[in-house]
Design a protein around this ligand. Structure first.
Ligand code: SF4
Length: 378
């Protein structure tokens, strides 16, 4: 028999794969990369460790439609976990059919995640993914309805487990005793959609754009976000890494319409102005409308707001920015504008040093008392 296992490289999916492998089932792991969560490197490493083949696939722009309009709503932030898990299972079904596998398995545990792993939600994922009785959760199989494989007798239900709830203690103990797994992965909170520092920015974007692109979503993660009006916002770099990220985003042919301002004769913040008024990528003769010129001035003034006044005041001839527009580069003089002080920052992102992370669990089953983090990431 052959199975596709949705494989994040987390403890649950490692155990699901090991359990099936130990029953002589050929396992092919599938790691799905979303625009907001990429655990492919960890999954590649873990797949090698346990000796399974791994396929890595990426969701494309269609994922953004799901994020903007989730059929089953959001979790605690803008994480549409039920829709996302269903989409992952659909991809696993496609792979199952491509490689002639017999069923799909996941590391889901009944009752483990608050947003997508309650009993009725697991049933919904089985149904909506089209897998129905071909979707096995080996870690909780004995407390879930029988799958087709169990009914047919091709899988032995007695060799499955009946884990439920959020505690990792028993899982860790089982991993060590049954499979000799020494290096236990930490529970991941890597999905940006679950982060308190990112969610308000995406919510703001969703109020103003029906379906943002992957580029829009990635850009939102850089620097400070300030909204000028329904169609227009600015991203102001806070540090060199933000400025470099904005440069890279500007060079992407799939970018939304935007212009980039880069301080020329002073040390300060670069600004990306994202607006439908901006010319297309690659436009060699960009037209600067009156409206766009006004936006550019506001964006430049916002850059000054977050720059050192002494430094830009000392700039010879007044502060000037390089203006990257379409495929061209020009210069623009920038003036201070007290009005820009009134534009609120949509959400000041947490610096890396302040970023919230889940409490690391205690990994000695004898002493451990911690449960997994609230996130729905495997
Ligand atoms: S937390 Fe996991 S299931 Fe939820 S949206 Fe993010 S990647 Fe998808």
């Amino acid at each position: 028999m052959k199975a596709v296992v949705l494989f994040s490289g987390g403890l649950d999916s490692i155990l699901a794969a090991c359990m099936l492998k130990s029953q002589g089932i050929e396992v092919v792991g599938l790691n799905m990369v979303t625009p907001f969560h990429d655990c492919s490197q960890e999954s590649i490493k873990r797949a090698e460790e346990i000796g399974i083949e791994l396929v890595v696939r990426h969701f494309g722009e269609e994922y953004m439609n799901m994020v903007a309009h989730p059929r089953w709503g959001y979790g605690s932030n803008v994480n549409p976990c039920l829709d996302c898990r269903t989409a992952m299972c659909r991809e696993a079904k496609k792979l199952m059919e491509e490689i002639g596998a017999d069923f799909v398995a996941t590391g889901e545990i009944s009752g483990q995640r608050p947003n997508s792993q309650k009993m009725h939600q697991l049933a919904l994922i089985s149904r909506e993914s089209g897998l129905n009785g071909k979707l096995l959760r080996p870690l909780s199989a004995r407390v879930l309805p029988e799958t087709e494989m169990e009914k047919e007798g091709t899988l032995n239900r007695e060799k499955m487990r009946s884990f439920t709830g959020r505690s990792r203690i028993q899982l860790i103990s089982y991993a060590r005793k049954a499979f000799g797994i020494k290096s236990i992965p930490q529970p991941s909170t890597g999905c940006v959609l679950c982060e308190n520092s990112y969610a308000p920015r995406l919510r703001d974007m969703l109020k103003h754009k029906d379906v943002p692109t992957i580029w829009d979503a990635k850009a939102l993660a850089q620097g400070r976000l300030l909204r000028l009006d329904d169609q227009t916002h600015c991203l102001v770099a806070r540090r060199l890494a933000d400025a470099e990220a904005l440069d890279k985003l500007f060079a992407d042919p799939k970018r939304s319409r935007c212009v980039l301002l880069y301080p020329k004769n002073y040390m300060g913040a670069s600004v990306m102005l994202v607006t439908d008024e901006a010319p297309d990528f690659g436009d060699e003769n960009p037209i600067v409308s009156e409206k766009l010129a006004a936006y550019i001035q506001t964006a430049g003034s916002l850059g000054l707001r977050f720059s050192n006044r002494e430094k830009y005041s000392a700039a010879e001839g007044g502060p000037t920015c390089r203006l990257y527009i379409g495929a061209t580069e020009t210069e623009v003089a920038i003036r201070e504008d007290p009005e820009v002080e009134k534009i609120p920052i949509v959400m000041e992102p947490l610096g890396p040093e302040k970023k919230k992370t889940a409490e690391p669990p205690q990994e000695n089953p004898e002493n451990a008392t911690e449960e997994t983090a609230e996130s729905d990431v495997e």
